[in-house]
Design a binder for this molecule. Sequence first.
Ligand code: ZN
Length: 392
Amino acid sequence: MTVGCEADDNTLDYDYSLYEIHQRHLFDDQGMAPIASSDVTFRRAAISWEAPTSTHLEGRLGLEDGTWTSWRPVTPGWSEGTRHTAHLDAPENLRAQHFQLRLAHGVAPTHLMADALPRLGEPEADRESPRYHDISSQTFGLGEADFPGLHLRAEWGARDPTCTYTTHTPSKITIHHTAGVAATTATAPATLRQIQSGHIDDREWCDIGYHYLVDSQGGVWQGRPRTVVGAHTSGYNTNYVGICLMGHFNDNQPPAAQMSAAAAVVEWLHQTHGIPKTSTYVKGHRDYGATDCPGHLLYGRLSEILSAPTSCIPTSTTEICGDGIDNDCKNGIDDGCTSPPPPHRNLRRWHRQRLQKRYRRWLHLATSTSHLQPHRPRDLRWHRQRLQEWRR
Ligand SMILES: [Zn+2]
């Protein structure tokens, strides 16, 4: 289900998508869409579509008492060009079981998704929820170092979160697809704004539900800070990082650039948070509930994201190794620490090695993810200059 990333509600473990179309044949010659039914009753239908503003949709809800509401205009709560989001609520104290749309005026949408929402608001505490505490969204997480080349929230015009984030410790990864239109790096910002609007305005979540979103050309976009709880997998959000590949992968293969970017993000999370790159720690959304997400074809290729040939990235930490031995990418494993400083006469060489290590790290990241924007060229230049100084 979903507007945008295939997110779901934490009280339910099944796919409650009402409509999901990418062509114009949702509506028949009379402009009627078929009646869509949900397995459980719901409070709200959330709709996301792409059509000219001259297109007018109407919807009605089939209620649990067997009656139908009258046809009501589906009025966008958010619009930007041809992109829109809206919702229709069941009357107070009643819940709906069915939903139907009709085309009142104009051309049919080129893309439309409608989802049944049994409840509104951020998912409640997870089943295996550890202790955590609220922190101010303004002061935490958004400014700290993140995946190299990451397109930050400001780059896609993200709205501020509407409520307070909750911190967590990233320790597992869940892969999703948007079940929507594939977004290029150029179209991703508008797609992200539409997804965020669906999540905030129609689901009443604090923010976009995902931590990272990957476009079809390999651009990686920031959702929520990875150090706060997301809203993407029913009952499994605390300590899980949600990575969403933009597109629909039941019938389409994810492009190579998108796959390698997703693999680079997973590798970076592995290096940064020690999340093991195994199928126990990195799963698809459908492993936690009855949903297609992340699509049949992407799901069948999750092992490629884990086994992608990403050579070891040397860490640039200054933490001294407990055992005094720095396994800097020995046998493809970096122990994430640095050797202790030697006697003072060799201190200069030790510092030079640290700089070289840091330089190699940036070089590695710049080349291994070369499909992304060039990363931090100023950093590379800085390290080069420092090395030249040392050589003098
Ligand atoms: Zn999903």
